[in-house]
Ligand binder design. Sequence first.
Ligand SMILES: NC(=O)C1=CN([C@@H]2O[C@H](COP(=O)(O)OP(=O)(O)OC[C@H]3O[C@@H](n4cnc5c(N)ncnc54)[C@H](O)[C@@H]3O)[C@@H](O)[C@H]2O)[C@H](O)CC1
Ligand SMILES: [K+]
Length: 516
Amino acid sequence: MKIFSAEQLYEADKVTVEKQQITSEALMERAGIQIFNWLHQRLNGAPVPIRIFCGIGNNGGDGLVVGRMLIEHGYNVIVYVVNCSDKRSKNFLLNYDRIKNVTKKWPILMKGEDDFPEINAEDIIVDAIFGIGLNRCPGGWVKKLIQYLNESSAFKLAIDIPSGLYPNAPLEDTEAVLKANHTLTFQTPKLAFFLPETAPYASNFDAFEIGLDIEFLQTTEPLAQLIGKLEAQRFYRPREKFDHKGTYGHALIVAGSYGKIGAAVLSTTAAFRIGAGMVTAFVPKCGYSILQTTVPEAMVVTDSENDYLTQLSIEFEPSAMGIGMGIGKKEATVKALDGILKSKKDIPMVLDADALNILSEKKSMLKLLPKNTILTPHPGELKRLIGDWKNDYDKLEKTRQFSEKYEVIVIIKGAYTVTVYGEKLYINTTGNPGMGTAGSGDALCGVITGLLSQGYDPLLASVFGVYMHGRAGDIAAGQLGYEAVMTGDVIDNLSEAYLDLFARQEPSTTEPDEKK
Ligand SMILES: NC(=O)C1=CN([C@@H]2O[C@H](COP(=O)(O)OP(=O)(O)OC[C@H]3O[C@@H](n4cnc5c(N)ncnc54)[C@H](O)[C@@H]3O)[C@@H](O)[C@H]2O)[C@H](O)CC1
Ligand SMILES: [K+]
């Protein structure tokens, strides 16, 4: 799914109105009916007070449409107009008149703190104050209203975007944003829903298609791509009957040091589970027996040194390499990495963990990175690589510049892992807090290396690998609960993640009637 900017959504709006020869008010009606249906399906006529706070733009217009539909279905609706200015959008005015035709309880004009209503915990708050047209940080009594609503324990439903949040720009004041329990957004989720600083304000959301022009949506380069199951299905490369282990490549995992051989075990196992034909682990001598016993499928080649890596020496040409997990930063290991980067220019590779820390400390080595090398930093490692950032958008911009400068793919690991490839951003939708556990990154590196070795191109291996790793984690968490998940469980469930990719959804017998 594509994520568009506010500017692109306004353009889509304009194009749709022109091409479909519909009015913008009809578009608003399409949007409003979806919100109404969502509420109606859940409330089923319950007489609970629904307090709709409408701004004076089109987001407020949406609120008025929903209010009218709810009133027409007998709900207990109280509409407020948050009079932050005397301007009114055309469709706001139109729907203001319409709502007055269906009720004698006309919208209440709010002009300041004295107008704040009493709200009970069982009421429902609908936030239609600001949408994607927010052009400055809410201040004065409107900010106080947002704070007042946040203090209430009533359920808060935001229309399109929680008021005070910019769809694709940094937050200015954390006190001036509505903390929505649920957000119903139009056409596509907004970028802010996926970035660590702003995602908590819109932690649950559904996106409703409102029939914007398909050609525009298909041909417009988005701000980012959201990667879900549909996308992952397209990335998957099916196997052919006459393929053999050579078809799926020979991956090399360069990992481990004394006390951290587990990192090599996890990466090697993950590379196998994702489908690498053969995997060799290159480890310090102390890792030999451990690997031979824990992963008997793997071949093991050891360094001349017992405790840490000093120089890669192998007698085959790997089809992909995953380097860095648990290798430490000893001077001899730094030299080993330098040697690999200089001698293995044509082999697709993933660098993780200590390999990234070494690069951060020896920035001159960055220019040795072969084109399309994949780097998998967590935020701390990223900070060491690109420097600190002012906010999430600055982080993305700096990562973009870094990716372009060194022609590398950067995977920023986190709740919504983002893969950055020059101008392109891919946001992953799988994964869960249970995966914040030791070795999770080692498994991811093994997964991506295993995909590279099967011939997936580096960008696909990155985006698909992140998806599969997260999906396996979700399945593991479903079986064990977040707390109990260990990386081994994630790796074990890569098989389920593959099976799930094309599993048919059983039709639910308890699905609510869509037409109600
Ligand atoms: N294509 C779509 O996605 C559709 C979206 N719809 C809805 O329309 C809004 C966007 O409406 P717009 O009128 O452009 O903007 P807003 O309603 O968000 O509000 C703008 C309004 O408020 C003023 N304003 C902005 N910031 C502040 C502030 N900090 N303090 C005071 N006043 C402020 C601004 O000057 C404007 O007057 C979108 O989110 C959807 O909800 C359509 O209904 C369907 C198509
Ligand atoms: K809103």
